[in-house]
Design a protein around this ligand. Sequence first.
Ligand code: 5GP
Ligand code: ZN
Length: 114
Amino acid sequence: MSCIFCQIVDGKAKADFVLNDGDVFAIRDVHPVAPTHILIIPKKHVRSLLELDGADDSQLISKMVATAVDVARRIDLDERGFRLVWNCRSDGGQTVDHVHLHLLGGRQMKWPPG
Ligand code: 5GP
Ligand code: ZN
């Protein structure tokens, strides 16, 4: 059984898509922790940031960040701002082993994060 994000991109599980663009897609998080909580996900299955290859995957990583900023602009988060979060492995709080970038907005974020 493939991971939940691979099932979503293969159309085997449902999700609320915000964007589907070449090698990345964006969906609304099923358990949002902010008024806006969107996940930017590569279509390629890569377990975590640590399995991304800094050289080979550098374009993919920059595309994920650029996509998050682009989505933030489109949904009017640019004036008040937003937060991007990469959780990596267990101490980082990663629960789905398919790398993804969280776009959070619509409320004042706290620092330091929990
Ligand atoms: P992580 O904890 O790995 O950084 O983030 C995984 C995120 O995926 C969590 O915020 C969780 O709510 C979300 N998530 C888990 N399963 C699903 C799902 O089936 N659909 C959607 N849209 N989000 C999911
Ligand atoms: Zn996957």
